[in-house]
Design a protein around this ligand. Structure first.
Ligand code: WTA
Length: 654
């Protein structure tokens, strides 16, 4: 039987959906033709100390560059995420915490309790000298304190900088140093799939590294109860400083364009950059996309499986859902512990209605077959979502048929750390689904495809994805380096924001993201810059040079392939290969672990010394199959063509 290429809108879903087909068409047209009127209206969903009258002032033109939304508005994000719900939803569960082990009790934190916890921590931070505009690094597991910490920073106007709990000390140190954080919030240990993660020890190691002496205080959440070294007077137990604080805390009045948070993300070159998001536009955009894309209802139990260390956790576990007064589930663990039914058992246990995860998780679970899914009910589910990487139609169908029992629409949401929220996605009551396509732009979003020369392509086409105009959730700058912001995103195709993604548009105007076209690798939905892995490899005393590329990987989407040239006189060996791989893990973190490491007596370079990554990508992609010379493309500009031959041969011998 051939599989349908299109799944029409479910009538049952559409009958109750917030946004129907006509609504989408009408509102999209207005959002583009009259953005001020549209986004002015949408901004009323938030509670402002002072309502904005100036809605949009943006230009991507280099000579006149500016991005400002709601610039005379004043608000506080924590007030919107917490206080605002007290009158009507005080006893409603805001955060539903499911711990790593199914034997440990889950916790429900009501909006009222969340308010108290946020206020107490905010008061504690103030007492420790943290002021509006100061940076606070948060390095925590997926526990309620992570959300509480973010909101407490927002309450006093401190800029939070969440660092994913899987990062190694070097990566923490880079982010603490670049942001010159005054305070770090961490835990004794994290717990994932029964394994302990030494968070406090990692922070200790990071803070021994140069550039980190801005840190005055480390707050330590007691989570597993492990014995950790406390360095006085720097280190303080979270509970001890928080418990005696008053349960009310005056929120800071923030301008809409005041920073809300920093989040470091990998790019094509150099070290990760601090993506800066501001308060008003970001919160309007996160909350509105969350409500519209997930068709949110008051009684939903919403679960996004991302980690708060990534932007998905920021926008769609914390800010979007809480600004909407939703019940958001937070899961500490992993999909396959204690067994591969864990996700679906949690869905049943908490009667989850909306479930949002990454294609890599779906592919991994699919490998274990239907039975671990079928043995659970999943009747509560009504909408499924994916994010982080392209989803292959086969995984989409499995998700649809097996997980969703062919009952739940899937929203394949395309966006980026830089965009703050979802930009291209189906609205399940308004747009027919096609497996593998993120479908149509969200309100106010104007995608376009350009060729290498920057010419805009019309109709059915494939090219580089750019955005023609701003949306409220857009990042405002790279922290401390505004020029890098402009150079990275607005210089390639002047007058537009360049996403770094390739994309195809079909005859129905549907968008199909094909993946990164720059030197960013997307491993299991996590962005890793090739330059970061290269510099980790080169920091090893035996390595002279390294080049890193991505290659297609069945489970991870892309894997990491490293070519390494040793310094003269060093002999290669399997032991050294393992050592180098371990070195990358300990420099960056496990997510950057190379899948393959090939010895390269030389790297293919142009006569001007530029590494020809295109050729390295081809060799990496070829697996162990034969590679005819013509498949490598034009090699005439190589300084030394024999280098390529030896790399191909070395590949075949593996
Ligand atoms: C990729 C994650 C295809 C894309 C929210 C983008 C996707 C990068 C999708 C951003 C999707 C994200 N389909 N590709 N639905 N969602 N991507 O900053 O390459 O961690 O540029 O933000 O992930 O990753 P980031």
């Amino acid at each position: 039987m051939t599989q349908p290429a299109c799944y029409p809108i479910s009538e049952a879903f559409a009958a109750r959906a917030r946004i129907g087909r006509d609504d989408y068409q009408r509102d999209y047209a207005q959002s583009v033709s009259e953005p001020e009127a549209f986004w002015g209206r949408i901004a009323q969903r938030l509670e402002w100390f002072r309502a904005p009258t100036r809605i949009k002032d943006t230009s991507f033109a280099l000579e006149d560059f500016r991005i400002r939304w709601y610039e005379d508005g004043e608000l506080n994000a924590s007030v919107n995420c917490v206080d605002r719900h007290l009158a009507t939803r005080g006893d409603k569960t805001a955060l539903l915490f499911e711990p790593d082990s199914p034997d440990a009790p889950s916790q429900r934190i009501s909006y009222r309790q969340l308010h108290e916890r946020v206020c107490k921590l905010a008061n504690a931070l103030r007492a420790l000298g943290v002021r509006k505009g100061d940076r606070v690094t948060i390095y925590l597991p997926m526990i309620p304190e992570a959300a509480v910490s973010m909101l407490a920073c927002a309450r006093i106007g401190a800029i939070h900088n969440v660092v994913f709990g899987g990062f190694a000390p070097n990566s923490i140190a880079d982010r603490v140093a670049d942001s010159t954080s005054k305070l770090v919030i961490t835990a004794d240990e994290g717990l994932r799939g029964g394994r302990k993660v030494p968070l406090k020890a990692n922070v200790d190691a990071a803070l021994k590294l140069p550039g980190t002496d801005s840190v005055e205080t480390v707050l330590v959440v007691r989570h597993t109860g492990a014995a950790v070294e406390m360095q006085m007077p720097r280190d303080r137990w979270f509970d001890a400083v928080v418990n005696d604080q008053p349960a009310q805390c005056e929120p800071e009045r923030m301008n809409a364009e005041d920073p809300l948070f920093l989040l470091y993300t990998s790019g094509s070159t150099g070290k990760p950059k601090g993506v800066l998001h501001t308060t008003g536009g970001y919160l309007v955009y996160a909350s509105y996309t969350h409500e519209a894309v997930f068709d949110l209802r008051e009684d939903d139990v919403y679960w996004c499986t991302a980690d708060v260390g990534w932007v998905t956790g920021h926008s769609y576990i914390v800010y979007g859902p809480l600004a909407n007064g939703a019940t958001a589930l937070m899961f500490e663990g992993v999909p396959n512990h204690p067994d591969v039914s864990r996700f679906w058992q949690i869905v049943d246990k908490h009667q989850v209605t909306i479930f949002y995860t990454a294609p890599t998780a779906i592919r991994a679970l699919m490998r274990d077959g239907d039975e671990p899914v079928r043995r659970t009910s999943r009747r509560s589910l009504r909408l499924l979502g994916t994010v982080g990487e392209p989803i292959n139609p086969e995984a989409w169908r499995w998700y649809y048929e097996v997980v969703g029992d062919s009952r739940c629409p899937i929203v394949d949401t395309w966006w980026q750390t830089e965009t703050g929220g979802i930009l291209i996605s189906p609205l399940a009551g308004a747009i027919d689904l096609k497996p593998g396509s993120a479908t149509k732009p969200f309100f106010g979003v104007q995608p376009a495809l350009v060729d290498a020369g920057g010419n805009v392509l019309e109709g059915e086409a494939e090219g580089n994805l750019v955005l023609l105009d701003s949306w409220p959730g857009q990042m405002r700058t790279v922290y401390g380096d505004h020029q890098r912001f402009i150079d990275t995103y607005f210089k390639t195709y002047p007058g537009t924001y360049f996403t770094g993604d390739g994309c195809r548009r079909d005859a129905d105007g549907y968008y199909w993201i094909t993946g990164r076209v720059d030197d960013v690798i997307n491993v299991s939905g996590h962005r890793i810059g090739t330059a970061e892995v290269e510099s980790a490899l080169v920091s090893h005393p035996k390595v002279a040079e390294a080049a890193v590329v991505g290659f297609p990987h069945d489970l991870k989407g892309q894997g990491i392939y490293a070519y390494v040239t040793l310094i003269a006189g060093e002999a290669n060996s399997d032991a050294l290969r393992r050592d180098l791989i371990a070195h990358v893990r300990s420099e960056i973190g496990p997510i950057a672990t190379p899948d393959h490491l090939q010895w390269a007596p030389g790297l293919p370079k142009t006569r001007s010394g530029k590494i020809m990554r295109r050729i390295l990508r081809k060799i990496a992609e070829s697996g162990s199959s034969e590679l005819a010379p013509e498949q490598l493309g034009d090699t005439s500009t190589l300084a030394d063509p024999s280098v390529v031959e030896s790399l191909v041969n070395e590949r075949l011998r593996r």
